[in-house]
Design a protein around this ligand. Sequence first.
Ligand code: SF4
Length: 428
Amino acid sequence: MTELSRLPTSGGCREEPILKQRGQREVFCGLTGIIWLHRKMQDAFFLVIGSRTCAHLLQSAAGVMIFAEPRFATAILEETDLAGLADAQEELDRVVDQLLARRREIKQLFLVGSCPSEVIKLDLARAAERMTERYAPSVRVLNYSGSGIETTFTQGEDACLASMVPVLPAMKDRQLLLVGALPDVVEEQAVGMLRDMGIRPIKVLPAPRAAADLGVGEGTVFALTQPFLGDTHAALERRGARHLPAPFPFGEEGTTAWLRAIANEFGVDDATFDRVTAAPRARARKAIAQASESLRGKSIFFFPDSQLEIPLARFLTRECGMTAIEVGAPFIHKGIVGPDLDMLAQGPTLSEGQDVDLQLDRCRAARPDLTVCGLGLANPLEAQGLATKWAIELVFTPVHFYEQAGDLAGLFSRPIRRADLLRLEAAE
Ligand code: SF4
């Protein structure tokens, strides 16, 4: 069956009205991305210029790492340190000097901005330029903001990757660039399937090491593996690269459509495509069918959090038999999630941004079987008898491509099964 023949008969959600909300929001900040980014970039170090709150967030979110030789730290700037901004710059230089003298293996240093007003006043871009000159060519120093005022948790990765694009060497040759930080095993599966179709060269951003021969230019076509990479997408287009819009590789259908978009671009014939994908597709379908038994006929409500909401709603409604009541996303970038919107049947409210009290009212009134939200909202909703799924788990768990499709469905079915059990026990 072609992908097109399975499009919703209602015409999809791309042109549906979007409820735009601009009120209080409840999400983690962009510093959270450091937890998964430091695993991908093996010679990078993330120096957060922040407060004790930032240090606590990093240490509690990545507690294990503080016992190993960590690749992130917080330069805590107290108000008193910042009596004069010149002193603050000197203090930052001193911290960086010490760090780079002690850790010679660091090849990329990210200065990560945060919320305190003292930090916002520091010009980290200038500091990064100054330090790049000082440490060139052995260390590249970049900066981005992970501040909770400016970023939600997945935007930290976007800001980090976008900061790398302008300094990539120019490269005219044709290449496929996969963009987004995935667990290594998942990335290997994707690259392996594309290679088996005869596609090469294939590069990945972020590369595991700064010295990787990664360039960008007019011969580059890129496919995003994460839907939250809006700034990176814009930065790559500014360098002349061309985006391949596609549904995101969640579930059997999304993975097939994502691979198909790349295969079409590289002229892969149908027989080759089918030979490479037939077996993993069949495994994915079987795994999803098993894992989604308890999801069929159940309703779901997404609070805006990870920006994965629209592709996940597409997967859960089309492949797992769920009904979406509201699909909230922090931002809706149709150039990126348009193909997923095309496949999402009309019906759910699409909302962008947040006014958390109003959204909580809508959620309580709808009483969904499952609510996907941030940690801060999950406990109060659970206390009111609503089953929840923490959005952040979707970013920490391998969920992309065929082999993880069953696990992805399982992430949603577990809280529903638990809620069903609790209800049964209460009824006995
Ligand atoms: Fe630091 Fe701001 Fe994040 Fe709090 S919200 S941890 S102050 S960057």
